[in-house]
Design a protein around this ligand. Sequence first.
Ligand code: ZN
Ligand code: FE
Ligand code: FE
Ligand code: ZN
Length: 271
Amino acid sequence: MRVDLHVHTSLCRHAEGTAAEMAEAARAAGLDVVAITDHLPLPPGFDPGYAMGADELEAYVSEVLVAAEGMRSAGGPEVLLGIEADWLPGAEERVGDAVAAYPFDVVLGSVHFLDGWAFDDPRLAGEWDRRDAGDVWRAYFGRLCAAARSGLFDAMAHPDLVKKFGHRPGFDALPLYEEAASVFAGAGVAVEVNTAGLRKPVGEAYPSLDFLAACRRAGVSVVTGSDAHHPLEVGFRLDAAEELLRAAGYESIAVVRGRRIEEIPMGVARR
Ligand code: ZN
Ligand code: FE
Ligand code: FE
Ligand code: ZN
């Protein structure tokens, strides 16, 4: 089963490829299931290059549903309607309204901002030099746990994104991983193994093996995603994701459909 539950489109203004082009790329990559999960519109005041505009959500949903229908009639991979939503003040209303208005299959929860600082934006990476990496890590995990507890999300995306540029805390992060894993388990949210980290300075998938193993011990479900921002990235290194999952003791991955988590044994092909 080859599943990519994290794919962007050009609507977010920092990716290439329409929903139909991403679905076609999923077919070319031999995937069984792909979820298109572009960035939910952000509140006013954020850089417009981070997400689709507030007035574009409806067109986005139609575009994905049309791509899904096209793939259904063409015998291609199953295409799910997803969204990646930031955990920000006011998220309950922003995400809640979107989810009430459209038939999303999967809602990914992300922490990209710490008090307005996009800590993963290469243009703002200089800010890391002015901060203590350990403080940033603690703040990040605090936000991540609050997001998981909110009940808004099906899966927490790139759960240790804070390591993107290779900044590490001066302490053992295992307690942070274990707390997050127990919060995910308690909230019933899945965690994402996201292969984008392999394309970033850190050079490893999100989450680390230690973090993923803590999730396994806590009984947290896992979804897999490429975080593709270009058609050529759809399905990126799913082999590496599976290897990491097996190393952490996982024997199944999950698909989220209609906001419900379904476990599928690894290595079972649908088509
Ligand atoms: Zn993006
Ligand atoms: Fe993200
Ligand atoms: Fe993403
Ligand atoms: Zn992402």
